[in-house]
Design a protein around this ligand. Structure first.
Ligand code: FE2
Length: 366
């Protein structure tokens, strides 16, 4: 039998709820929409950083920041204004540009956070991963997976700059930031140059087991671009054009357990259809000029710009020019897939295209 409800039950319940909160309890009946929203609330905005601003900072940091004075790395993150507390570009990915000057050595260390390096300027420098030097050319991709030793050396006469992205916002969310500096008692066994190239390919030595689950592969741009260019006349994805995912050669899965990397081509005149997905994405523009429309706001991009899109935001790309547009893309899809959180929805109104209601105005260096 139901208990009798007091006459002033609304006031009493409200007081009861408040008292629960003061005692560090959450009354589910009052907060259920915060606990389980019907759709993801917009937690942070899409954002874009212009090449001019980024390169001014690269050059100035080259003058002012000395690796020998304890900085470990001369890099700076592109930080979403709503994610300043995480230093995050998205809630899972922290993307940066890193500069290594001629003659410099960024000392060895390792961390639980996974990292991506995509070279955007310079050639001939190396990143040593697990003691193996990987020599880097422009637009090559290399990885420093979780807890692998890495150092960067520039023995050339020109600076090298790369897109540097880590999963540290996700790593910190999991409360699992570990870091170990290298030194005389903590360093990897050196491995010869081409150690991985000679062991991991379309044929493999039968009597050896490669020591790591994620091999220290150098993903050469020349190889990737050749494939993309060969398929440019295919239909491609209605939402992404010609999109290639870089894969782990052992598993054919994503290159890292937390982040996926892609090369994307939008052909001249290509206008993709709008869609929203549950991943967050960061793009670095390699070639071309055009725009990406996110939730009705138009973001104009050009080579050297960084831009990012949060989860569950309507997104479409426009290459209105007569030239190719090419991006290097990073997403957190492996995390989403691991937990089976993938959702996608195509925009069905207006032929799949959003109405543009706003124009994003990027910051200038001041
Ligand atoms: Fe590092």
């Amino acid at each position: 039998m139901a208990t009798s409800i007091p006459r002033n039950w609304e006031a009493e319940l409200s007081d009861f709820n408040d008292r629960m909160v003061r005692h560090h309890l959450t009354p589910t009946w009052a907060y259920y929409s915060e606990l389980v929203a019907k759709e993801p609330p917009i937690a942070y905005r899409p954002y874009l950083w212009k090449s001019e601003l980024l390169w001014k900072v690269v050059h100035k940091s080259g003058e002012l920041v000395d690796l020998e004075r304890g900085g470990e790395r001369r890099s700076f993150e592109v930080v979403n204004p709503d994610l300043r507390h995480l230093h995050g570009t998205t809630h899972t990915i922290g993307a940066a540009l890193q500069l290594v000057q001629p003659g410099e050595l960024a000392p060895p260390h390792r961390h639980l956070a996974n990292a991506i390096r995509f070279i955007v300027k310079g050639r001939g420098s190396y990143t040593a991963v697990q003691g193996e030097r990987l020599y880097m050319e422009e637009r090559d991709l290399i990885l420093t997976p979780t807890w692998t030793w890495h150092e960067h050396g520039n023995e050339t006469n020109e600076p090298i700059v790369w897109v540097d992205a880590l999963d540290y916002p996700f790593n910190k969310l999991m409360q699992l930031s570990f870091f170990q500096p290298g030194g005389p008692t903590a360093a990897p066994e050196p491995r010869p140059v081409n150690y991985t190239t000679n062991r991991v390919g379309l044929a493999r030595p039968t009597w050896l087991k490669y020591p790591e689950e994620i091999p220290n592969v150098t993903y050469r741009w020349t190889d990737t671009w050749k494939m993309m260019d060969a398929l440019r006349k295919e239909e491609g994805s209605a939402f992404d054009g010609i999109l290639f995912e870089y894969v782990n050669p052992f598993t054919a899965g994503s290159v890292l357990p937390t982040m996926a990397c892609y090369a994307q081509l939008l052909r001249p005149g290509e206008h993709t259809k709008a869609r929203r997905v549950t991943t967050s994405a960061v793009r670095y523009v390699l070639e071309g000029e055009g725009s990406t429309i996110v939730n009705g706001t138009r973001f104009d991009w050009a080579p050297g710009d960084f831009f990012m899109v949060p989860p569950w935001a309507w997104t479409e790309h426009v290459n209105g020019s007569a030239k190719d547009a090419v991006f290097f893309v990073m997403t957190d899809k492996p995390i989403i897939d691991t937990f089976k959180f993938w959702r996608e929805e195509a925009y069905t109104q207006n032929g799949g295209h959003q109405a543009v209601t706003d124009l994003f105005v990027p910051l200038q260096w001041a």
